[in-house]
Write a protein that binds this ligand. Structure first.
Ligand SMILES: Nc1nc2c(c(=O)[nH]1)N[C@H]1C(S)=C(S)[C@@H](COP(=O)(O)OP(=O)(O)OC[C@H]3O[C@@H](n4cnc5c(=O)[nH]c(N)nc54)[C@H](O)[C@@H]3O)O[C@H]1N2
Ligand SMILES: Nc1nc2c(c(=O)[nH]1)N[C@H]1C(S)=C(S)[C@@H](COP(=O)(O)OP(=O)(O)OC[C@H]3O[C@@H](n4cnc5c(=O)[nH]c(N)nc54)[C@H](O)[C@@H]3O)O[C@H]1N2
Ligand code: SF4
Ligand SMILES: [Mo]
Length: 710
């Protein structure tokens, strides 16, 4: 048997590992999936999820044909019928109730699919609705807002230069499980170990002593949702006690009075809420300044909480005032081969905030999207602009966004819904039509976004492994087909849209990618990348300031009004003592799971049930809960039964449940996931518990009551 080897990038998470797939070309059977040792970035590393690419491809539950919901259940229909009916249904709702009557949700995998990134926006523009939602507002929205206001572009996100830093401070990230986020860094474990090996240090601050604690030299517990106070106390110590030691700021940076902003937050005044002692805060500040280089990195734990926006802003303020901005070992920017920041800046995509608000709760838009915590109420509340139809693409908001029981009611009440997805799952079961794209191994791959978030400048192109079956469509082709049917406006508008779509359809994603590469900073071409299937290393991150500031006045203002005002508004709340006796729910990720959609792979879900409620022995004893016992968890909005797992990994007063589980809905078609089921933790998270500044959901730090079930 001849064996064929195919090099590719794993598209499942942000780490972008190089893989080598061995297959029998005659039967198209995949024999092995291994790490590609020649990939200069991932150096042979992969995690157990990489093999799931094969499971996804072969999964009998993966949809191959469009499905239509009928009185007799789901029926396979032709693509022509499916596309016609999908477009007609969306158009009908918009015609009757106005453009905003169609809502859209774009899920996480869109960002891992460059065809979707390139062809999605024109489709959304055609729909012309303000009710656009995405996974951004259960995730990294505070980073975009910080980058927009500090650096002038929502995508100009500072990356911790972990390969060169001497001191890494991690707040609320668990890269050993997640493989890193907004920090594309394959083989993260060895990259982190290298910090200690060269005499550097890692401090992890997290309510859970997570997997990452094992490679960090030090771990401190912090009470969920209180990071903003720790950051303000650090700012206080720097500006009130160590100001003489702070380096002077470069000319292009404007800084208002940071000392007065943090005046009320001496470490003594915040310790009771954070659980971190004043001496620890001072020690951290001193070490931060003493380190040759240092960088603070905050991720899901601090982004997706009540003060996520303030946290991400303060983290960058601290990186900047300690002299660790735009320099080796600090917070730096990439210069990717497809310079997405520059390209979108030229097209007016720097971002914007609060140009309009959501209809019911008045939450601000960011970059043309509304916070997804407001989605259900926009569907359920009657009135002008009410959402009556949905289009979801590569998303499972019923498992991923807060207060899912309410969202379930909302989706159940829609007049029409279309989902572009490979599975009949918790969300798509509400659709009238499910349009499934070809398999991930049947398309080519380039990481437009994650190359821009990586700890080195890299570029790699993967051709498709398999030819897609005739008559099937990639997502981008589905978008084009829908767009063709949705074109409207005057004759001129229709002609322009038609022309754009024809050119795009003719170029295909590859053609557009080639042009983007050629116009990028390294003047690469698709051909060059094809000649280097293992990927190209384009070097370490380079200083680029102030040239790469996208602010209008080309200056970096450390204290934009929006943040200062949000801090002032939070003052009273931040100075109140905490409610006692309350348990706070936080999330958790596992290396063998990926958000809501890899649970149909047996090899990933096998073993003991991982969807457990972790709690500390002290709380377990107080509540009479036994390890492995059943408990009821209740929040303001929902209630679920789950198995308890007692562990001192968790800080007392904190409980943790992973998200993405709860595959027990009626009528879904994911055999393996249904067998494992688990519990939907977002039935407990609260759509009203948000970061008021950004509108991001606060999925961490949700107050819950836990009782043993006897
Ligand atoms: N409580 C709690 N909730 C959370 C989080 C948390 O930490 N705690 N994390 C949040 C975060 S960070 C995120 S990003 C979201 C993720 O939540 P979502 O945005 O809902 O994304 P996924 O759960 O990854 O759902 C992916 C869906 O896309 C489909 N899919 C996969 N690949 C493709 C493709 O190429 N094309 C198409 N058309 N479909 C595809 C899958 O079948 C699946 O239905 O969850 C959020 N929810
Ligand atoms: N295996 C796997 N990998 C993934 C994913 C996955 O589902 N599975 N999802 C991918 C996605 S979409 C994303 S966005 C990334 C996320 O990447 P990470 O942010 O690294 O992921 P989490 O594991 O959610 O880490 C959040 C950490 O914050 C802690 N935490 C919770 N609340 C607080 C708090 O209030 N303060 C502080 N300081 N810490 C807190 C939690 O205990 C947890 O350790 O992972 C990506 N990679
Ligand atoms: S860490 Fe795992 S899931 Fe993520 S890209 Fe690498 S192999 Fe794929
Ligand atoms: Mo995410």
């Amino acid at each position: 048997m001849t064996i064929q080897t195919h090099k590719r990038t794993c598209s499942l998470c942000e780490a972008t590992c190089g893989i080598e797939i061995e297959l029998n070309p005659a039967t198209e059977e995949i024999l092995t999936i291994k790490g590609d040792k020649q990939d200069p970035f991932s150096r042979g590393y992969i995690c157990p999820k990489a093999t799931a690419l094969q499971d996804l491809h072969n999964d009998p539950d993966r949809l191959r044909k469009p499905l239509k919901k009928t009185a007799d259940g789901w029926q396979e229909i032709s693509w022509t019928q499916a596309l016609n009916e999908a477009a007609a249904g969306l158009r009908r709702v918009q015609h009757t109730h106005g453009r905003d009557a169609v809502g859209t949700y774009l899920g996480n995998p869109n960002v891992h699919n460059y065809g979707n990134l390139l062809f999605g926006p024109p489709l959304l523009r055609l729909l012309g609705t303000r009710n656009k939602f995405s996974a951004t507002s259960v995730d990294q929205l505070p980073h975009h807002m910080t980058s927009y206001y500090l650096f002038g572009h929502q995508l100009q996100i500072p990356i911790p230069d972990i390969d060169r830093t001497d001191f890494l401070i991690i707040l609320g990230g668990n890269p050993l499980a997640s493989n890193g986020s907004l920090m594309t860094a394959p083989d993260i474990k060895n990259r982190l170990k290298a910090i200690s090996a060269r005499g550097g240090k890692i401090l992890l601050i997290d309510p859970r002593r997570s997997e990452t604690a094992a490679v960090a030299g030090e771990h401190w517990f912090i009470r969920p949702g209180q990071d903003v106070l720790l950051l303000l106390s650090l700012l206080h110590v720097f500006t009130h006690e160590l100001s003489a030691q702070l380096p002077s700021l470069p000319d292009y940076i404007d800084s208002a009075d940071l000392a007065s902003l943090s005046a009320a937050y001496a470490p003594e005044s915040t310790a009771a809420r954070t659980g971190i002692q004043p001496a620890q805060v001072r020690e951290l500040a001193a070490q931060w300044l003493a380190a040759q280089s240092a960088v603070c990195y905050g991720r899901m734990g601090v982004s997706v909480q009540q003060y996520g926006g303030l946290c991400q802003w303060l983290i960058q303020v601290l990186n900047i005032i300690t002299g660790n901005f735009d320099r080796a070992g600090g917070a730096m920017f990439t210069r990717p081969a497809v310079d997405i920041v520059a390209v979108t800046a030229a097209q007016g995509g720097r971002g914007h905030y609060d140009r309009y608000r959501s209809r019911v709760r008045g939450l601000p838009e960011f970059g043309g999207e509304l916070p997804v915590a407001a989605l259900a109420e926009e569907i359920l509340t009657p009135g002008n602009g009410q959402i009556r139809a949905m289009l979801t693409v590569a998303g499972n908001p019923l498992l991923s966004t807060p207060n899912s029981d309410q969202l379930e009611r909302a989706f159940g009440s829609l007049e029409f819904m279309v989902s572009i997805d490979s599975y009949l799952n918790e969300t798509t079961r509400h659709a009238d039509l499910i349009l499934p794209p070809a398999s991930p191994l049947e398309r080519d791959h380039y990481d437009i976004i994650f190359n821009a978030l990586a700890v080195r400048n890299v570029a790699k192109y993967s051709p498709p492994l398999f030819r897609k079956p005739s008559g099937s469509y990639h997502d981008w082709e589905i978008f084009l087909q829908l767009a063709k049917r949705l074109r409207r406006g005057g004759l001129r508008q229709r002609l322009t849209d038609g022309l754009v779509q024809n050119v795009m359809g003719w170029l295909k994603p590859q053609g557009i990618l080639n042009r983007l590469l050629k116009s990028g900073p390294y003047k690469l071409s698709l051909k060059q990348l094809q000649q280097n299937p293992q990927g190209l290393d384009l070097g370490e991150l380079q200083p680029c300031m102030p040239q790469r500031l996208f602010t209008r006045n080309k200056r970096l203002n450390l204290t934009p009004d929006v943040f200062v005002q949000a801090l002032q508004q939070a003052t009273e709340e931040l100075q109140q003592p905490l409610a006692t006796g309350e348990l706070l729910l936080i999330g958790r990720r596992h290396i063998r799971s990926n958000n809501s959609w890899l649970h149909n792979s047996r090899r990933l879900v096998k073993g003991p049930q991982r969807c457990t409620l972790m709690l500390n022995p002290v709380d377990a004893e107080r509540l009479g809960i036994a390890d492995g016992g059943e408990v009821q968890v209740q929040s303001r909005v929902g209630r679920r039964r789950v198995t308890a797992e007692i562990t001192d990994e968790l800080m007392p007063g904190v409980v943790s449940l992973p998200h993405g589980w709860g595959h027990d809905a009626q009528g879904i078609r994911m055999q393996e996931a249904q067998r494992v089921a688990g519990v939907n933790c977002n039935a407990l998270t609260d759509d009203q518990h948000i970061d008021r500044l950004t509108g991001n959901a606060a999925l961490n730090g949700v107050p819950v009551r836990v009782e043993a079930i006897v």
